[in-house]
Design a protein around this ligand. Structure first.
Ligand SMILES: N[C@@H](CCC[C@H](N)C(=O)O)C(=O)O
Length: 364
């Protein structure tokens, strides 16, 4: 089966774009080229979305036209208009769903779009929906396996930048967003990064949820978890979604995360009987009191280049285990996040980038 698609690529490197300097939804007549191509005969353009040279060398009809109106102003029925974003390489298909509280596509289609060989390629699909309970917007997300998580840290930064572009907003802006994890407040700051009030971590074992017995009040901190005969020390934290954080196996030295066989060990945690809702798992190396390095195996998405809720959970776990302070840089494979677990209000604050990659349309 082939899917005809239209795709628009920013001419500048997305990594160098900032909201204040460039608004890709209001391009000048020379800032975009529009390509019409078949997703299944132009895999390289999909796999290397930042490369115009690759797209051009595929003999795709380009450039066919330029537009002075916003790409996402397009409303042709029967087409799904989307934007592809990433936060430190954790990538998402974003859909303008402001006119309905029902997602424009279902989980089966989302799985298809996330496929890196036969679709757009993404770790998840996110929907910008009307707010409820007095909030500005509602966020929903499907993982690449079609499951629906409560929250997504990198995704909510992309969500905020997408809203700013949809609404043609410039400069500092914050939004109240209803999520499965409750109220989340992302704020676009001067340098184009997004700072997010991620709310309070949940530590009560039954609410994470984990079946591991609590050992510090209601929390599970540095507890033993037997993973197919290997004993890991784990701390369980929910940021609305469940996380199991480990700094290594019992009695071992500081974990060297680059040496970890993530694809082997990750699924064993994700589907462990102690995690009734499955779990995201973060493997952490302590570089200093304020500098941590992690790799993640995500529930429903596998190994990803970054996980925002995971980085927040890691700092909470590091503080609870006495391994780091409340203000940390967390290095992920896709880049660093700044995380603060503030003592005054018990909220976790995450700051990091979110960048557009390209815009496209697909027939539904
Ligand atoms: N990558 C996200 C987390 C996405 C949801 C996760 N896979 C889950 O199922 O909980 C992040 O940046 O937080």
């Amino acid at each position: 089966m082939a899917i005809a698609a239209t795709i628009s690529l920013p001419l500048t490197s997305p990594a160098r774009r900032s909201l204040t300097s460039v608004n890709p939804f209001r391009p000048s007549s020379t800032s975009f080229s529009t390509f019409h191509y078949n997703l299944f005969t132009a895999p390289y353009a999909v796999k290397y979305p930042n490369s115009r040279l690759v797209a051009s060398s595929m003999s795709i009809e380009a450039p066919v036209k330029t537009s002075s109106t916003s790409f996402l102003d397009r409303k042709e029925s029967g087409f799904l208009h989307f934007a592809k974003y990433h936060g430190l390489g954790n990538d998402f298909v974003l859909i303008d769903n402001r006119d309905s509280s029902e997602p424009k596509i279902g989980t089966e289609k989302a799985v298809q779009l996330c496929d890196r060989n036969f679709g757009i390629g993404a770790d998840g699909v996110m929907f910008v929906m009307p707010g409820i309970n007095g909030t500005d917007y509602t966020m929903r997300i499907f993982n690449s396996d079609g499951s629906e998580p409560e929250m997504c840290g990198n995704g909510i930064r992309c969500f905020a930048k997408f809203i700013a572009q949809l609404e043609n907003l410039h400069g500092r802006h914050s939004f109240t967003v209803h999520t499965g994890a409750g109220l989340i407040v992302p704020e676009i700051v001067e340098d184009g990064n997004v700072r997010v009030d991620m709310g309070e971590p949940i530590l009560k074992a039954s609410e994470v949820p984990t079946r591991l017995p609590s050992n510090k009040g209601h929390a599970v901190v540095k507890s033993e978890l037997d993973v197919d005969g290997v004993i890991w020390d784990v701390t369980c934290v929910s940021m609305g979604n469940p996380h199991c954080v480990t700094f290594g196996t019992k009695g071992s030295e500081n974990l060297l995360v680059d040496e970890l066989k993530l694809a082997d060990v990750g699924p064993r945690f994700e589907h462990h009987a102690m995690f009734p809702a499955r779990t995201n798992t973060e493997f952490v190396e302590v570089l200093s009191d304020s500098h941590l390095k992690m790799r993640v195996w995500e529930r429903g998405a596998g190994a990803t280049l970054a996980c925002g809720t995971g980085a927040c959970a890691v700092v909470v776990a590091a503080v609870l285990e006495g391994r780091a302070g409340r203000n940390c840089t967390v290095d992920l494979p896709g880049g660093p996040l700044q995380i603060e677990w503030r003592e005054e209000d018990n909220h976790v604050y995450m700051t990091g980038p979110a960048e557009v990659v390209f815009y496209g349309s697909l027939p539904l």
